[in-house]
Design a protein around this ligand. Structure first.
Ligand code: SAM
Length: 277
């Protein structure tokens, strides 16, 4: 479908973009096809798209060999438009009206699963953390964020952007910033650049308890990122003992720690919690 017919569908369904829903639409089929291609070969894959909106990216996903696309959209105004698209692709597009924050992608489609989306920016980080929890059950994710968030996800230690999101994401996935797009690629244009990050989950599943321990560890460490770790981790109990057991100097700061060092700390924290319970 061309840019013109997509604009026509938006006009017919009164889908004027709403800021409250983070709506910045991709109307250029070439850009949508490029994003779908970044996901790699989708043969045999079940794709979940979050926030299809008027369906530009959805159309590009339907043009791939993916088995099926399941799209979750909160905005009721888009549902009728998407139903037309589903009717044009019998059996290949399922549209679910609902809040992606309350849905479970692993319950929604069978494996192998991919999540591909131009995310609503206001809820992009909580959505990502939810998928990271279940990353072992997801084969891959190709997600558009505000560029600044994409840079925080892919940041290396000892850089200003390195923080909780980088550690959680890189702990669970290989993360690559794949494409940057200027505001003009979207309608209406957002204030900032956007970027696509590719996520390849690691096979091993840390389990919910260790994931929670890692969340607590990174929240404490980066909550006071200017402080030395022996001070920043005090809220977790015996900070000095925790750091000594993990072989990490208490005078270091959170941003100098590698993801592997955070992994050691989180495991140590979990072991101590288990020991005290
Ligand atoms: N995929 C479309 C595109 O690229 O043109 C739209 C992307 S737009 C950045 C984000 C979309 O997410 C909007 O259609 C918006 O209505 C939808 N959305 C916002 N919050 C949502 C939520 N909590 N659950 C599901 N969809 C949501």
């Amino acid at each position: 479908m061309s840019d013109v017919s997509l604009r026509d569908a938006i006009a017919r369904h009164g889908l004027d973009a709403r800021k409250s829903l983070g709506q910045h639409f991709l109307l250029d089929p070439t850009i949508c096809a490029r994003i779908a291609a970044l996901a790699g070969d989708l043969s045999g894959r079940h794709v979940v798209e979050i926030g299809p909106g008027p369906g530009g990216l959805t159309r590009a996903l339907l043009a791939t060999p993916a088995v099926q696309v399941t799209a979750v959209e909160l905005d009721r105004r888009a549902i009728a438009l998407l139903a037309e698209l589903a009717a044009a692709h019998p059996g290949r597009l399922t549209v679910i009206e609902g809040d992606a924050l309350k849905t479970d992608v692993t319950a929604m489609v069978p494996a192998p699963r991919r999540v591909i989306a131009n995310l609503p920016y206001n809820v992009a980080s909580p959505l990502l953390v939810g998928w990271l929890r279940q990353a072992a059950a997801i084969e891959g994710m190709t997600l558009m964020f505000q560029q600044e968030v994409a840079e925080r996800i892919t940041a290396a230690p000892d850089t200003p952007a390195y923080g909780r999101l980088a550690v959680l994401a890189q702990w669970r996935c290989r993360c690559d910033l794949l494409l940057r797009l200027p505001p003009g690629a979207f309608s209406p244009p957002p204030k900032v650049w956007s970027a696509v990050v590719g996520f390849v989950p690691k096979a091993e599943d840390p389990g919910e308890d260790l994931f929670r321990a890692m969340e607590r560890m990174t929240a404490a460490a980066f909550g006071q990122r200017r402080k030395m770790l022996r001070g920043a981790l005090k809220s977790l109990g015996d900070a000095e003992g925790l750091l000594a057991a993990a072989g990490i100097e208490g005078t270091r700061r959170a941003e100098t720690l590698t993801v592997a060092e955070f992994d050691t700390l989180a495991r140590e924290l979990l072991a101590r919690q288990a020991g005290s319970s």
